[in-house]
Design a protein around this ligand. Structure first.
Ligand SMILES: [Zn+2]
Length: 475
C-alpha cells in the first residue's frame, strides 16, 4: 500500500514537473518595430479597413495576439530615447544614456543582453533586421560600445558573438577607418570566425545545410534592404529572413532558440514623415510575424512571440483638424519618399533637359494619384509648382554627383518628393509632431506560453526580464 502511495506521489510529482516544463517556451521570438508607436499600428489597420471601403480596423496578425500592454520608453538621459538606449533597455533590462550601446551610462560597464544569456545557456540565437546588421537595434543584442557610431567596433563584436545567425543590410563600416591597411575587415573577420556569408535568399538555401553559422545579406550589397513600396522581385525581404532564421535555428531543435527580428525601416519612413511607407513597413513586419505565428501554431506549448517597439517616431497623429480621415489616399503612393527622389533624379525631359512642369505633373499623377485620384487645393498645387521652379527653374546647377549610379543628377529633386509626400499626408488627414522620435507609448503584443506576463503598463527594461522569466533564462 505504501509503495502504491509513493508511486502515485512520484507520478504526480513527475506530472507537475512535466507540465511546468511545458510552460517554459523553448522557442522565443522578439519582434521590434523601430519607431512603431500605437498610432503607427492603429493607422495601418484603419488604412486597411478604408481600402475595404469601411471605417474601422482590419486586424493585423499581431494585433490579434491575446495579450497587450503599453510600454514606456524614456532613456536614462532623456524623456525621448534614441534607438541605442532603447535597444539596450529592450535587450539588457538596463536604462542607459542616448547613444550608448549595451553599456551603463558610465560608458564603461557592459551589460549582458538576453540574446547573450540565451546563447550562454545553450539556445541558438538569430538577430535579424532590415537595416545594417551593425545598426543600433540589432547591435544592442550583441555589442557594447560607448557610442552607437563605433560601427567598425560593433561589427567586430558581431563577428565575435558566436551567435548562429545574422541577417540584414551590409556592414556600415567594414574597416577601421583609422588604419584600414592593418585591418582584415569585418566580412573577413566573420568568415575567419566560422560564419558563412550568403547573398540573397536563394544563396542562403544553397549554403545553409553545410553552414555552421550564417550571415544573410542582400543579394546585391546594400546597407538597407529595399523597402516594401520600392521592392522588386528578387530583393531580399523580412519574411524571407524570418523564414531563413527559423530554418537555421531548427537545425538543432532540441536546443531551442531566441530570434530577434527588427522592422528597422518603419523608423526611416517616419523620420521622413512618410505615412504610406510607414504603413507598408508595418505590414511587411506583420508578414514576417505570420511566419513566426505559423511556427507557433505547430509548436504551441513551446513557443512565445512578443511584438513591441523601441520608441515612437514622428509624433504621428491620425487626424489633422477636420474630424475625418482619408487614409485610402495613401494607396496611390507608389514609391517611398527616397524611392521617388531616386527615380525623379534620373528622369530627363523629352528634350533631354530637365523635365517640364507638365511632365512632373504626370509623374506626380502616376506616383501619388494627384489630380486624378486625389484632388489638390489650388494652394497645394501652387506649392508643388514653386518647388518645381526652385528645383529646375531658378537653380539649374543646384545638384550633386550621384555616386550610387555614377550618373550626374543635375538637380536636387528631394524638395519635390518631400513636398509630394507631405501633401498626400495632408489629404489623408495625417499630421506629424516631429521628424525625430517622441516619448509616446509603444505597444507590446504577445502570444504563446508566458504571453500573459505582457500586460498593463510595462517599462521597456522589464521586457527582457519578463521574457527571460517566461523562457527560463537565468537573469
Ligand atoms: Zn529613429
Amino acid at each position: 500500500m505504501k509503495s502504491v502511495k509513493s508511486a502515485i506521489v512520484a507520478i504526480l510529482l513527475l506530472l507537475a514537473v512535466t507540465s511546468n516544463a511545458a510552460k517554459t517556451p523553448k522557442y522565443v521570438f522578439m519582434f521590434i518595430g523601430d519607431g512603431m508607436g500605437v498610432n503607427q499600428v492603429l493607422g495601418t489597420q484603419m488604412y486597411l479597413a478604408e481600402l475595404e471601403g469601411r471605417i474601422g480596423v482590419t486586424p493585423l496578425c499581431f494585433t490579434q495576439f491575446p495579450f497587450t500592454g503599453l510600454v514606456t520608453t524614456y532613456s536614462a538621459s532623456s524623456g525621448v530615447t534614441d534607438s541605442a538606449a532603447s535597444g539596450t533597455a529592450l535587450s539588457t533590462g538596463s536604462k542607459t544614456d542616448n547613444n550608448v550601446m549595451g553599456m551603463l551610462p558610465d560608458k564603461e560597464t557592459p551589460v549582458q543582453s538576453i540574446a547573450a544569456k540565451a546563447h550562454s545557456q545553450g539556445r541558438r540565437v538569430a538577430i535579424c533586421t532590415t537595416v545594417p546588421v551593425d545598426h543600433a537595434t540589432p547591435a544592442a543584442f550583441y555589442a557594447h560600445t560607448p557610442s552607437r557610431n563605433d560601427r567598425h567596433v560593433i561589427g567586430m563584436q558581431l563577428a565575435e558573438s558566436g551567435y548562429e545567425f545574422f541577417a540584414g543590410g551590409d556592414f556600415a563600416q567594414n574597416y577601421d577607418s583609422e588604419d584600414a591597411s592593418a585591418d582584415e575587415g569585418n566580412y573577413a573577420r566573420c568568415e575567419n570566425n566560422g560564419y558563412t556569408i550568403a547573398r540573397g535568399y536563394e544563396d542562403y538555401k544553397s549554403k545553409a545545410a553545410s553552414a555552421d553559422k550564417m550571415i544573410l545579406f542582400p543579394g546585391k550589397p546594400t546597407k538597407d534592404l529595399v523597402p516594401r513600396l520600392d521592392r522588386k522581385s528578387g530583393d531580399l525581404y523580412l519574411t524571407e529572413i524570418t523564414t531563413a532564421a527559423i530554418d537555421f535555428m531548427m537545425k538543432e531543435p532540441k536546443k531551442g532558440f531566441f530570434i530577434m527580428v527588427e522592422g528597422g525601416q518603419i523608423d526611416y519612413s517616419l523620420h521622413s514623415n512618410d505615412a504610406a511607407s510607414c504603413f507598408g513597413e508595418v505590414m511587411d513586419m506583420d508578414d514576417a510575424i505570420k511566419v513566426a505565428y505559423d511556427f507557433y501554431l505547430k509548436h504551441k506549448s513551446e513557443t512565445l512571440i512578443i511584438v513591441t517597439a523601441d520608441h515612437e517616431t514622428g509624433g504621428m497623429s491620425l487626424g489633422n483638424g477636420a474630424y475625418r480621415l482619408a487614409l485610402k489616399n495613401l494607396q496611390y503612393q507608389k514609391r517611398t519618399e527616397q524611392g521617388f527622389t531616386d527615380y525623379l533624379g534620373k528622369l530627363q525631359g523629352s528634350d533631354g533637359g530637365p523635365i517640364t512642369w507638365e511632365e512632373l505633373k504626370d509623374e506626380l499623377k502616376d506616383n501619388f494619384g494627384f489630380w486624378d485620384k486625389v484632388q489638390l487645393t489650388r494652394q497645394q498645387e501652387s506649392r508643388l509648382q514653386t518647388a518645381y521652379v526652385e528645383t529646375f527653374g531658378m537653380n539649374p546647377s543646384y545638384g550633386s554627383d550621384d555616386s550610387d549610379t555614377g550618373k550626374d543628377t543635375e538637380y536636387d529633386v528631394s524638395k519635390i518628393s518631400d513636398l509630394a509626400v507631405k501633401i498626400l499626408d495632408e489629404t489623408s488627414q495625417i499630421a506629424w509632431g516631429t521628424g525625430a522620435h517622441s516619448g509616446g507609448y509603444v505597444p507590446v503584443f504577445a502570444v504563446g506560453n508566458g504571453a500573459e506576463l505582457f500586460t498593463g503598463q510595462i517599462d521597456n527594461t522589464q521586457i527582457p526580464v519578463l521574457l527571460s522569466k517566461a523562457a527560463g533564462y537565468r537573469w
